[in-house]
Ligand binder design. Sequence first.
Ligand SMILES: *Cc1c(COP(=O)(O)O)cnc(C)c1O
Length: 432
Amino acid sequence: MFVNDCLNVNGDGHLTIGGCDTVELAKEYGTPLYVLDENVIRETCRSYVNSFKKFYDGNGMPLYASKALSCKELCRIANEENIGLDVVSGGEIYTALQAGFPMEKVHFHGNNKTADEIKFALESKVGKFVVDNLYELELLNNIAGEMGVTANISFRIKPGVDAHTHNFIRTGQIDSKFGFALETGEAFNAVKEAIKLENVCLKELHCHIGSQIFDIEPFVTAAEIMIDFMGKIKNELGVVISELNLGGGFGIMYTEKDEPVPYENYMEKVSVAVKAKSAEYGIPVPFIYIEPGRSIVGEAGITLYTVGGKKEIPNIRTYVSVDGGMTDNIRYALYQSDYTVVNASKADKTPDEVITVAGKCCESGDLVQEHTKVAEVEVGDTLAVLSTGAYNYSMASNYNRIPRPAMIMVNNGTSRVIIKRESYEDIVKNDI
Ligand SMILES: *Cc1c(COP(=O)(O)O)cnc(C)c1O
């Protein structure tokens, strides 16, 4: 019935997560409320780490793509689970620093890192810069030179793999704002440039073919294309690049239509292809990074709302208004993402009422989900939207000056706040 087994129904007919009654959580902490199940997050981290042990002699490391949900507690958990971190901004670097994250295990991504961010990253001793373009390469080389340090770099490559996903989040093809294209020779030129420079050291090649991908095949193809490129670099330039970063994008379950593959299967298949291809070119088997974001936190999280109104428009639809919306979950408004909605107060009842869940912003497009089935809704019920752990809080805004919700972590029947609810004072704190 639900996306994963951390969700259940108790004797009161209420939805539970991690052994906690969601209706009680809503009462105790208020709504809207983000709830994360710690065990689901840790188990997913472990399955990625173990897949390297099992299929690749431990010669690799997952990096948590922190843009999915960047906060101190997630950085701490990633560190405890022996995984590294991806960041894409000074703010995400700052969060990692504040959490005491080991910065050598941080990769810095982004297609427009500013000079200030680059300086900050070098001062913070970020492990690797994933360089996106030649301007950045030059800027980084100059700043590192001024600071008297060497920056370890990777190049973001567009392998040209189409990963059959939503257009807005597809990034592997030539027409993408990210990275260097292989087909045009742009990537090869960048490598030639990098090896001439004094203050950068090219260690790794990177690709990321998209998001919410359910096939393993495009990942295998991308890995093969990347090793072909490493082979070409060795043959033509005599340079051996020893690390390969294959990005993230592993699909999760939002609704019953989604069929994620077990995350282990990924390294099982990719390792075979990588080993065979490396042998073909006589290059050492590379150290591999992968960058799961959504799959680490997505299914672990739910959002709880309180129903404040219901508007039946005969022969058209029934709007159910909740106390959050596009400010805490922009994904339906942005790209019509599917979600499973559950009436958490009546989770034992058949979901036979078709509703549209509307947010509270002054925006007709502020919908959380349209024409979705839930058990008959009354004002005061707690509604749960499932699989909201990724790209919800991290994309949240203060539109209409709505404070961002709190986030709590549940674990075997206990709960604790990991991000406080914003206050009205927070809302005006930078106003002069
Ligand atoms: C967004 C992103 C990821 C994570 O993608 P998910 O779909 O959340 O797994 C990993 N690497 C890079 C470079 C990204 O841009």
